[in-house]
Design a protein around this ligand. Structure first.
Ligand SMILES: C[S@@+](CC[C@H](N)C(=O)[O-])C[C@H]1O[C@@H](n2cnc3c(N)ncnc32)[C@H](O)[C@@H]1O
Length: 235
């Protein structure tokens, strides 16, 4: 991806995103919040310690920041992105509670083992597939032993997702990734304890059915999915 591609959309990112997902009946914040709530649920289920340092890889304008504050309030969030313009807008809004740092696309500007948890939310479909394993390995480098990774992506097996991506101006160059492929890449990058969960099955109009989603995470038809993984305690 051209480094500056998201600079073009940074100002209008929320409006473009909102227009693009209107079929779902939800606002962009719904999609930002469920991800952080899911991470908190996973950590609680595993009785894992709450993270104190979080890397939001490809954070854009910092959508996740208020939801970390809500669901994982001990986390100090570092937002990393290749788009300088997105970082400037994010820092203007959330700079007091989160750090915004530029990424050169190759080396994350932090020492080995800096973070307890890393999130990549809808980022990897903007990156050439040939670069995925190296970037995942770079994220692994900056995670502490035992640190957790969550990669959220659009599910190309969901027809509505494909429609939404195909009609989205900032997804013009998107290359969607199947969940098993992303999981394999996460493993190739050296992560352990990987699993996939499919998410988002019902639009707002069918929200009364959403309690069923907890039982459907195995079904590869959700609009999005995540791959969860951990950096082993031993090298
Ligand atoms: C669709 S936006 C998602 C932003 C945010 N994670 C969210 O969920 O709202 C994709 C983001 O990935 C960033 N991005 C693209 N290529 C990247 C790369 N190689 N490394 C880090 N971020 C990248 C873009 O600049 C953009 O901010």
């Amino acid at each position: 991806m051209d480094e500056a591609e998201f600079d073009k959309f940074a100002e209008e990112y929320r409006a473009l995103h909102a227009a693009n997902i209107r079929l779902s009946g939800e606002e962009p914040e719904y999609f930002a919040e469920y991800k952080i709530a899911d991470i908190a649920t996973e950590l609680a289920r595993e009785r894992a310690a709450a993270p104190s340092t979080v890397l939001d890889f490809g954070a854009g304008v910092g959508y996740s920041v208020p939801f970390f504050a809500r669901h994982l309030p001990t986390a100090r969030v570092t937002c990393l992105d290749v788009s300088q313009k997105s970082l400037e807008l994010g820092a203007a809004k959330y700079g007091v509670v989160a750090e915004f740092r530029h990424f050169d696309g190759v080396r994350i500007p932090f020492a080995d083992g800096t973070f307890d948890l890393a999130l990549a939310s809808c980022v990897f479909h903007h990156i050439a597939h040939a670069e995925h394993v190296a970037l995942l390995a770079e994220i692994r480098r900056v995670l502490a032993p035992g640190g957790r990774l969550f990669v959220f992506e659009h599910n190309p097996l969901n027809p509505l997702t494909r429609y939404v991506v195909n009609s989205c101006v900032f997804d013009e160059h998107a290359q969607l990734v199947l969940a098993p492929t992303m999981r394999r890449r996460v493993r190739e990058a050296g992560f352990a304890a990987t699993h996939v969960r499919y998410r988002i099955f019902f639009p707002l109009a069918l929200r009364s059915l959403r309690p069923l989603e907890k039982a459907l995470t195995w079904l590869p038809l959700g609009a999005q999915y995540y791959v969860a993984a951990a950096k082993s305690l031993t090298p």
